[in-house]
Design a binder for this molecule. Sequence first.
Ligand SMILES: [Zn+2]
Length: 125
Amino acid sequence: MSRIKAAFWDPTGARYAIPTWPWRMSPPHLMTLRQLAAEGLRPGGQGVQAQVMWSSRRRVRVAFLYDVRLALPKRTATPRQLEALAKANAARRTCPACRADVGYVLPRHLGICLDCHYGPAEVAA
Ligand SMILES: [Zn+2]
């Protein structure tokens, strides 16, 4: 093991407070957020369990690791949730004055569509 790797070898966390491994030497059940996401998982309630440290361009880099055994499936929106979201977004695009879905979210400070507020001619200009 190289000197650098030995410096980051701390599976008990004696030196770095949490278990630490050199790059590519961490146990397979510990994954980064990105790796969890690739498996369709999220950390769930767990905090950071361990870390990987490596040197890159004279700087020490850290990646935090989560235990895949404590991870939970990613929440995906149900069809009903998607429908509710679509409805809410449609409501934000629908002008209360002319009742049209104008295709953009109504400016909050106007509360109505640009055509109703300024008149069509001025908007086009
Ligand atoms: Zn309108």
